[in-house]
Design a protein around this ligand. Structure first.
Ligand code: RIB
Ligand code: CA
Length: 359
């Protein structure tokens, strides 16, 4: 059989490859057609939580509560529980009811909890949050009352009845309520998926003393009990919140939403951030508690490290300090996901987008 001249041989070789090329093309088209569906199925699902929020409103607490109540698809809020902290319990409870009214979420029950810390002399932060506990806005007595019963009893019965590891507890103030519940009913850890709390300080230093952050300082014995509970914990400390700061533009964007919620949040922030901006010489102020809600909604905005964290509850200069073993030198179990970095613009974009949903 004559060998074909090279030039002529090429088309026949190509022809021989044709069925393979055709099948490859068909496979490619099929894959590309299917891929979008496969890709869509692989898209990271929005984070969702069955959620209880424990809070001491508090200017930044109110913003966090509005943020959370504006995100019902992702945050199935079971109840709010209030605790004494920034201001006395009667005012933190009234302010939680105000936030509920402003968000038009009458479906959310609010239970009042501990009126004072476990052991230490009560302290408050009215110098920061105003005598009524919410800077920058007028307060009134909301029409909808508190739910019957104490927050600690609510936590115990709810967590006992919950499916295993199903409930996320966000903690925005002193940790007294959960500490009391854990002491009375240690079995409730079974119902907890995770704790996400604003508190503590390491690299940043404290905000109520040079070593301590307010929520931990206000009840260090409670924080000790919570940190030793064995429940997965994520902490958003001052190390993070002091990097996620307001700016005139960011506040103006909230005010410019055109809804009452945007104006309320902007008014609260305009007043709330003044102290920290002056005290720390910062270009803007932190919105501490709202970072907890952003973490619940979009954890990818933040970066942390699993470390061992303990609390110093001895009287003295270190009272209420969170001792963070950042490099693991003590070889103790890492009990906390310690968030130290965050996308500030991403945080404000998310906050603003959710506040825009409110009345
Ligand atoms: O240190 C900041 C924390 O203390 C925030 O939760 C603020 O509301 C106050 O409670
Ligand atoms: Ca708070």
């Amino acid at each position: 059989m004559h060998s074909r001249p090279a030039a002529l041989a090429l088309p026949s070789r190509l022809a021989a490859l044709f069925p393979i090329l055709f099948l490859g093309l068909v496979a490619l088209l099929t894959a590309s057609f299917i891929a979008p569906k496969a890709h869509a199925a692989d898209a990271t699902p929005a984070t969702t939580h069955t959620l209880i929020i424990d809070t001491d409103p508090g200017a930044d607490d109110v913003i966090a509560l509005l943020f959370a109540m504006a995100s019902p698809e992702q945050l199935k809020i079971q109840a709010l529980t209030t605790v004494a902290g920034n201001v006395p319990l009667s005012k933190t409870s009234r302010n939680a009811r105000l936030a509920r009214e402003w968000a038009k979420r009458p479906d959310i029950a609010i239970y009042a909890g501990a009126p004072r810390p476990l052991l230490r002399t009560p302290i408050y932060a009215a110098d920061i949050h105003g005598s009524e506990g919410i800077t920058g806005v007028k307060v009134h007595e909301p029409s909808q009352p508190l739910a019957e019963g104490n927050a600690v009893d609510y936590l115990i019965r709810t967590l006992r009845a919950a499916p295993e590891k199903s409930v996320t507890l966000a903690m925005l103030g002193p940790e007294t309520n959960l500490a009391l519940a854990l002491t009375q009913a240690p079995d409730i850890t079974r119902g907890l998926r995770e704790l996400v709390l604003m508190g503590g300080a390491h690299f940043n230093g404290g905000n109520i003393t040079p070593t301590a952050e307010f929520n931990v300082f206000a009840d260090p014995h409670a924080a000790e009990i919570v940190l030793k509970s064995g429940v997965p914990i994520t902490m958003l400390p001052l190390d993070l919140t002091h990097k996620v700061l307001t700016s005139p533009e960011r506040i103006a964007k909230l005010r410019g939403l055109g809804n009452q919620a945007g104006r309320t949040v902007a008014d609260i922030l305009d007043a709330y951030v003044q102290h920290d901006m002056q005290y720390y010489g910062l270009p803007g102020g932190p919105v501490h508690d709202a970072t907890v809600v952003a973490y619940l909604l979009q954890p990818s905005l933040f970066k942390g490290r699993k470390v061992n964290v303990e609390v110093d509850s001895r009287e003295g200069l270190g009272f209420g300090q969170t001792v963070v073993d950042w490099y693991g030198g003590l070889k103790k179990p890492a009990n906390v996901n310690w968030i130290a970095e965050g996308d500030a613009q991403g945080f404000f974009d998310l906050l603003t987008q959710r506040i825009s949903r409110l009345p």
